[in-house]
Design a protein around this ligand. Structure first.
Ligand code: F3S
Length: 283
């Protein structure tokens, strides 16, 4: 049985940067460090950070009554109101928002200031999209695909949630062109996500079993698993090697492993090593 691991599997630039920031702040402060929401969608990394005194809270009001050393804003970013609230309360804010997400926020504001109605392609409930929307003005709309587009104004500007698929952007733009006079687009897709999806698709097309490693609550990891399933290859989305089952690999000649942007290398390596033991047992 051959085992392939996606070259781009694991931490992306933005997540690596945020984790490095969190560990550095933890070392300097020795407690009283909070993240607004989990810093990444990976329970194993969150547990490691907790052991160093970095704890997630759901919102700013949850910080009330706590001795706060620093508050870390995670890769997804926050709304501008939340950022203001943190500063107004006098907290030491450490901004670990991914620079690519910052760019999407910046372009949303630019489009609004230039008089465009901003259309954000993304998931309404996703924290990144909520943050972008806070810069996009009152006329802004979020759509998850072209089918959700309302009647638009004459000048339309588009930004995209960084982790969407390029095909959904193409489809959206095609639909907008039909109903507006002026269209300005900032392609804020993250190339790391696009590359990861492309590589995973290629692997899935050529193997008998796909294993996707990463948090069950991670949107980009789930997106990878769904992509593989859509190609009708048996796919298993797991968080750790302990979830692997030997029977998944019976009769398989080729297996591939991919992982979301929030999955640490050591978890991927664990999975790879455990699958190798099945190979030794006779596959
Ligand atoms: Fe940033 Fe792209 Fe990662 S937007 S957090 S580098 S997936």
């Amino acid at each position: 049985m051959k085992i392939y691991t996606a070259k781009g599997a694991g931490f992306c630039f933005g997540v690596k940067r945020a984790i490095d920031i969190a560990f550095k702040v933890a070392e300097e402060h020795h407690g009283g460090v909070y993240t607004l929401g989990p810093i990444i969608h990976n329970p194993q990394v969150i547990d490691e950070l907790k052991s160093m005194g970095v704890n997630p809270v759901n919102n700013v009001s949850s910080l009330r009554g706590k001795k706060v050393g620093s508050v870390i804003v995670r890769t997804h970013g926050v709304t501008k109101q939340v950022m203001k609230n943190l500063h107004d309360k006098g907290y030491n804010v450490v901004d670990a928002t991914c620079p690519y997400v910052k760019k999407a926020q910046y372009y949303a504001k630019l489009l609004k200031d230039e008089g465009y109605q901003v259309v954000v392609l993304g998931s309404k409930e996703h924290p990144e999209v909520k943050g972008i929307m806070s810069f996009a003005g009152r006329n802004a709309v979020v759509v998850k695909d072209a089918g959700e587009l309302p009647k638009l104004k004459k000048k339309v500007g588009v930004v995209v949630q960084t982790t969407r698929h390029v095909d959904s952007l193409k489809e959206l733009l095609g639909a907008i062109v039909g109903q507006t006079r002026e269209l300005k687009v900032y392609n804020t897709l993250c190339s790391s996500t696009t590359q990861r999806l492309k590589e995973t698709r290629e692997l899935a097309k050529n193997v008998d079993v796909m294993v996707i490693v990463g948090g069950k609550n991670s949107a980009n990891t789930t997106q990878l698993a769904n992509l593989c399933r859509s190609l009708e290859v048996p796919t298993h989305h797991i968080e750790t090697a302990s979830e692997l089952r030997k029977k998944w690999f019976e009769g398989a000649r080729k297996v591939a492993i991919s992982a979301g942007a929030s999955t640490p290398d050591w978890l991927i390596k664990d999975v790879e090593n455990k699958i190798k033991t099945y190979r030794r047992l006779g596959n």
